[in-house]
Write a protein that binds this ligand. Structure first.
Ligand code: G16
Length: 543
């Protein structure tokens, strides 16, 4: 028999974070490390016999090795079919699309998302369930529990499968199908957006730059923007996925997508700019000399839902993660629909979408998406913006400024302190929590504290409770300071400080966000003792 059971010893550090298990490549390269995690995952699923598993990733270093191992383990664990994307290239949103379209049992996505890639950087693995969405905590916790006691794994002793050629390979009752990871996704986009309108937009001389940051969305963006919509060749830059992302940090924000930002603020800036991350679920939107904050982008998309044919019938509801600004709430109020507030992590939106409570969701962490799939979707957000631009025929800055005039402006910024000592970070959070009782009603500068707590969430659909989701200092005027430790980093801790202030006065809406928030920034530092506890005078990244 060519199925082997290999003895192994458990690892103690295989608890999935906000979005799957992310570690340095060197951790994954330890003997049996990947195999143990995959076996713990398969042991946590029931009824896989004969079923289909979708497999792909963002093309980062170690994807190819992991793909071959997972194909062999899927066979050994009873799956009937593995659908693996050609060359392994499958964005996270495309994986969600394919799982849903072919009613697969689930999918494994090999990515550490926006984290850097390459031999010395990060790798990751996440599991999505049959609804196409990230595994909920009850599954990720079950994987972790099993990983701690796992003493063997099952693997088939077969040759590697050539994943560079489309087609099927049969091994007994088991089939490996190599499919085109781009086409199904493009077809889905055509059902949501009117490509002929967008073609006219580009034909009218509209200009754009899309920076794929040498990550997975290059082939998707080239196919859609340049081949389908007729944007000139060269509209997509850094469009070939590279194992180390060309040394770039594939995180579409003001710091790590600086080349694009500089270009969009330069003399020859086009009308529209966008970037996506390693695995294609994040997006950054820019206009000519204009940056759209992700929280504002969510609100603008929702307010302009009628621009896109797939949404013209109306929105069921909106959802945003807790740290995301309350700009979307203003739109929901105006539309007479509900705006749900969930913990950080796309997985919390899945139940709401499955229960038809929400259509569009978004996060401050450059994530926007809808119920067309169960992941956030970078290229979708870009296409939605193109639809808004095509129907309104205004510039990005005019559209956003108009939005503020109508709904008020939620000044917003996130300050990240990366790579800080974990003990210092935990101490900072504990110290804040010890102040909750004394903070209620306290005056901090011009602000009065209404609520100081640690955000907890009860899922309205299945009643599951999630605690410890970030310290909230909520002020009586609606302003907020949120402190949260990142759940996606791989070295030390990252403290995120989210700052928000509402400005309804149209005469005061054109300040720079950092200046408008300067008093809250100071309060946030003083209250938490950020500089003294972390030794960092300035954030690493400001978005
Ligand atoms: C992941 C999740 C997002 C979440 C983000 C938060 O993003 O998919 O839903 O908002 O993590 O990251 P952190 O815990 O570091 O603040 P991605 O793009 O890394 O998959």
């Amino acid at each position: 028999m060519f199925i082997k059971t290999v003895a192994s010893t458990p690892f103690s550090d295989q608890r999935p974070g906000t979005s799957g298990l992310r570690k340095k490549v060197s951790v994954f390269e330890q003997p049996n490390y990947l195999e143990n995690f995959v076996q713990a995952l398969f042991n946590s699923l029931s009824g896989v016999t004969g079923k289909t598993l979708v497999l792909g990733g963002d093309g980062r270093y170690y994807n190819d090795t992991a793909i071959q191992t997972i194909i062999k383990m899927a066979l050994a664990n009873g799956f009937g079919r593995v659908m693996v994307a050609k060359d392994g290239i499958l964005s996270t949103p495309a994986a969600s699309c394919v799982i849903r379209k072919y009613q697969a049992f689930g999918g494994i996505i090999l990515s550490a998302s926006h984290n850097p890639g390459g031999k010395d950087d990060d790798f990751g693995i996440k599991y999505n369930t049959s609804n196409g969405g990230p595994a909920p905590e009850k599954i990720t916790e079950a994987i972790y529990a099993r990983s701690k006691t796992l003493n063997s794994y099952r693997i088939a002793d077969i040759d590697d499968v050539d994943i560079s050629v489309l087609g099927e390979t049969k091994i007994g009752d088991f089939t490996v199908e190599v499919f085109d990871g781009i086409s199904d996704y493009v077809e889905l986009m055509k059902t949501l957006f009117d490509f002929s309108d967008l073609k006219k937009l580009f034909a009218s001389g509209f200009t754009m730059r899309y920076d794929a940051l040498n990550a997975v969305t290059g082939p998707y963006a080239r196919r859609i923007l340049e081949e389908e919509l007729g944007a000139p060749k060269g509209t997509v830059v850094n469009g070939t996925p590279l194992p180390d992302f060309g040394g770039k940090h594939p995180d579409p924000n003001l710091t790590y997508a600086k080349d694009l930002v500089d270009y969009m603020f330069g003399d020859n800036a086009p009308d529209f700019g966008a970037a996506s991350d390693g695995d294609g679920d994040r997006n950054m939107i820019l206009g000519n000399h204009f940056y759209v904050n992700p929280s504002d982008s969510l609100a603008v998309i929702c307010a302009n839902y009628q621009s896109a044919k797939g949404y013209a019938d109306g929105l069921l509801g909106i959802a945003r993660s807790m740290p995301t600004s309350q700009a979307a709430n203003k739109v929901a109020d105006a539309l007479g629909i509900k705006c749900y507030e969930t913990p950080t992590g796309w997985k919390f939106f899945g139940n709401l979408m499955d229960a038809d409570k929400v259509t569009i969701c978004g996060e401050e962490s450059f994530g926007t998406g809808s119920n067309h799939i169960r992941e956030k979707d970078g290229v979708w957000a870009v296409l939605f913006w193109l639809n808004i631009l095509a129907s309104r025929r205004q510039s990005v800055s005019e559209i956003v400024t108009d939005h503020w005039q109508k709904f008020g402006r939620n000044y917003y910024s996130r300050h990240d302190y990366e790579g800080i000592d974990s003990t210092a970070a935990n101490g900072l959070m504990e110290n804040l929590q010890s102040k909750f009782a004394s903070l209620k009603g306290a005056k901090l500068g011009d602000y009065t504290v209404d609520i100081a707590d640690n955000f907890a969430y009860i899922d309205p659909i299945d009643g599951s409770e999630t605690t410890n989701q970030g310290v909230r200092i909520l002020f009586t005027d609606g302003s907020r300071i949120i402190y949260r430790l990142s759940g996606t980093g791989t070295s030390g801790a990252t403290l995120r400080v989210y700052l928000e202030k509402y400005e309804p006065d149209t005469a005061k809406q054109n300040q720079d966000a950092q200046s408008a928030l300067s008093d809250l920034i100071k309060i946030a530092d003083d209250l938490a003792g950020i500089a003294s506890r972390t030794g960092m005078e300035k954030p690493t990244v400001i978005t």
